[in-house]
Ligand binder design. Sequence first.
Ligand SMILES: O=C([O-])C(=O)C[C@H](O)[C@@H](O)C(=O)[O-]
Ligand SMILES: [Mg+2]
Length: 421
Amino acid sequence: MSALEITGVDITPVAFPDPPLLNVAGVHQPWALRSIIEIRTGDGLVGLGESYGDAGHLDRLRQVAGELPGLDVFDLAQLRRRVARVVGGAAAADRHGLTGGSSERKTELSAFSPFEVAMLDLQGQAIGRPVSDLLGGRVRDTVPFSAYLFYKWAAHPGAEPDEWGEALDPEGIVEQARRMIELYGFGSVKLKGGVFPPEREIAAIRALRAAFPALPLRIDPNTAWTVQTSVKVAEETDGLLEYLEDPTPTIAGMAEVAKRAPMPLATNMCVVEFAHLPSAIEQGAVGVVLADHHYWGGLKMSAQLAAICETWGLGLSMHSNSHLGISLAAMTHLGAATPHLSYAADTHTPWQNGVDVVANPLVFTGGAVPVPTTPGLGVSLDRDALARLHENYVRCGIRERDDTGYMQRFQPGFTRNDARW
Ligand SMILES: O=C([O-])C(=O)C[C@H](O)[C@@H](O)C(=O)[O-]
Ligand SMILES: [Mg+2]
C-alpha cells in the first residue's frame, strides 16, 4: 500500500447553535447542521472537509466515502469518476432554496466538493505546502471578509435571548453592524434582506450609510422583489451600494433589472453552475458572481469560475451559509490564491459565537483572515468538540435545514417571500 493511499473515511454529522436569523424563506432553526469529513491515509495523515448536514446530502457523502479506500490522494480525476458513478443522476433540491435551483450536476459537484478539499488538505500535508500553493500560490497574505447582517429576533421562541439581541429596524441593524465591526474589524457590510417591504430595508441601508460613511454596502433580498420593484430599489439606492445581490428571480429577470440598475447585480441564485454562465453573460444579467466551493465543485473548480469571471469582465465575490472552521480555512486558501477576488467574501462566522470543530480556528484581524502557511488547510480537529457537536446533532432532532417550516410554527400560513414585493 502506498503512503498516500486512502485507507478510511469518516463522515460525522454535527449541529451547532444558530440564532433566529430571518430571510426570504423564513427563519433559521435553533441548530445549524454540517457534516465533517475526515480522510485517512496509509501513513497516518488526516485530511479535513466540511459540507452541508442535510439527511439526503449526508447519504450521498456516505455513499461516496465507501468508494474511496485505495484511491491516491492526488487522484482528483478518479474522485470525480467515483462520485459520478455513485451519486450521478440525482437532482436534489435544498428545501431552503437560497442557492438557486438544483440539477444533477450541482448535486454531484456538491458531493465531490468536501472530498476534494480533504484530499487537497492531504496533498498539502504530504508535500509540506499550504493548500493555497496547490491552487496556484498566494496572491495575498490576508483574505478580506464582509460583515453579514441579518434581521433577527432577540431569541428563538421559548429560549433565552442571545448576545446579539433583536434587530428588526434600522437602529437594530446599525447596532448589530457596530458590534460586528468592533469584534471583527470588517471593512464592508452586507445586509440580508427579503424580510420586510423594500422601503423598510432601504431605510436600513440609509442608516448604515449614515453610521458608516466610508464602508461599501450590499443588500441581498434573495429574489424577494419583482423586476419593477428591483429597478425602483436600485434607483433609490444609487450611490449607496457596491452591488445589489439577487433582487429578483431568474437570469431573464436579472437581465431586465441590470439594464436599468445603476450598480452591478450580484448572484448566488441565478448563476450557480457553469452551464448558467453563457446565457447570463449573453444577457448581461449579472456583474458579480458569488463563488461557493461547496456547490461549485470544490476549490479548483471555483478557481476556474474565477478565471471565467475575469475573462468576461465579471466581478467575483464569495457566498457563505452557516459554517464552521474547516470551511473558513478552505475559503481563505481559495481567496488567497484567486487574483480575481474583487470583493470581500461573505462569512457566517460571527453567528457561530465561537463554537467550532477545529482546535485552531483562523482568526479575523481588521476584517480579514491571515492565510495559513502551514501544510494543508492549516486547521486540525478538536476531537472533544467534534464529539460534543455530534451529540448536539443526535439530540436536536433536526435532519434538514427548513427555514420555512420552522417559521410556520410561529406564523401559521407563512409562505416564502419570493418575488413578493
Ligand atoms: O447570499 C445568500 O444568498 C446566502 O447567504 C444564503 C444564506 O443561506 C443566508 O440567506 C442564510 O443563511 O439565511
Ligand atoms: Mg445571496
